[in-house]
Design a protein around this ligand. Structure first.
Ligand code: GAR
Length: 201
């Protein structure tokens, strides 16, 4: 069983999908702690209702981003975390955290990378006019949404889609592929070769 640390800034529905996958027995893992950068994050309520320890780390308490991420890395290590899952964590992760967990930080992004990196990916997809959108789980490196891709799932973009309706369709896929990617990691089936990830049978 692996210890997961989750970082979230808001609603935390992806965090919930990880919790649900563990509860159902599909994912042999334990969420050792939730870390948020937002004291109002609904993810905190989810942690409380499942007895998951949660820590709020206030970026304003630190002189620079490196210190902020060093603190987060320290909190995760204290909890015995082996894999970090970014679940709607709306910040670019910096070196001290990445170096503390090399190729052991995953992120879920609401677009088919390498298209539509950064914020408001679903809006970017609508504005570009693509007909297929989707989501990506990837390992985190020092770029923004550039790390090795683990899993992706596609959805159609419908002609009457709003940002909300497209986001909702993509979210359903997020909740499927994020716990699955974590499970593949936990089972030792992910091999990172350069910028690609091979999934072993
Ligand atoms: C999700 O759609 C996630 O993919 C996205 O934020 C949402 C968080 O929802 N993440 C990013 O855009 C990261 N750049 P949630 O809090 O309900 O999991």
């Amino acid at each position: 069983m692996i210890n997961i640390g989750v970082l979230a800034s808001g609603r935390g529905s992806n965090f919930q999908s990880i919790i649900d996958s563990i509860k159902s027995g599909a994912l042999n893992a334990r969420v050792a702690c939730l870390i948020t950068d937002n004291p109002e994050a609904y993810a905190i309520e989810r942690a409380k209702s499942h007895n998951i320890p949660h820590v709020y780390v206030n970026p304003a308490d630190f002189t620079g981003k490196d210190m902020f991420y060093r603190r987060i890395a320290d909190e995760l290590k204290v909890c015995g975390v082996e894999l970090v899952a970014l679940a709607g964590f709306m910040r670019v992760v910096k070196k001290p955290l990445i170096e503390a967990f090399p190729m052991r930080i995953m992120n879920i992004h609401p677009a088919l990378l390498p298209s539509f990196k950064g914020l408001h990916a679903q809006r970017q997809a609508l504005e570009y006019g693509v007909k297929i959108a989707g989501c990506t789980v990837h390992f985190v490196d020092e770029g923004v949404d550039t790390g090795p891709i683990i899993l992706q799932e596609a959805v159609p973009v419908l002609s009457n889609d709003s940002e909300d309706s497209l986001s909702e369709r993509i979210l359903t896929c997020e909740h499927r592929i994020y716990p699955l990617a974590i499970r593949l990691y936990a089972e030792g089936k992910l091999k990172v070769i350069g910028n690609t990830v091979k999934i072993e049978e």
